[in-house]
Design a protein around this ligand. Structure first.
Ligand SMILES: [Fe+2]
Length: 123
């Protein structure tokens, strides 16, 4: 939990830095909701980071499939910190990469994010 708390403010600053007001608003609300949902399902702090960043590519307006651009962006973002192992960064990358894949079931945590994301869209 500690490491997530360490970077949570930086992630929130990133959300706040989105220049388009509508995208910024949706980014903040959606990521908060998905984080809330995932915290009910798991105590895995890497999963919390994935939940809080999972659509960042979309809201930043990056070109390409949003699950991929978000995974790339998050990986590069996390590498700035000396907090996460390569395996943890790969785990977060994969959770984000697979979160919008409706055709295939992936590993347990990726499916948890899918569920948390889906539940957030129902509001
Ligand atoms: Fe989402």
């Amino acid at each position: 939990m500690k490491r997530f708390e360490l970077i949570k403010n930086d992630i929130e600053q990133l959300h706040q830095s989105i220049t388009n007001p509508l995208n910024r608003h949706l980014c903040i609300i959606h990521h908060k909701k998905v984080l809330e949902n995932i915290q009910k399902l798991s105590d895995n702090e890497c999963l919390y980071i994935a939940a809080y960043m999972h659509d960042i590519g979309l809201y930043l307006g990056l070109l390409g499939k949003h699950a991929i651009t978000s995974a790339h962006y998050t990986r590069d973002f996390l590498k700035k910190y000396d907090l996460f192992s390569e395996d943890e960064i790969k785990f977060i990358y994969d959770v984000i990469r697979f979160h919008s894949d409706k055709d295939k079931k992936h590993f347990y945590e990726a499916e948890l994010l899918k569920e948390a994301d889906k539940d957030a869209q129902e509001f």
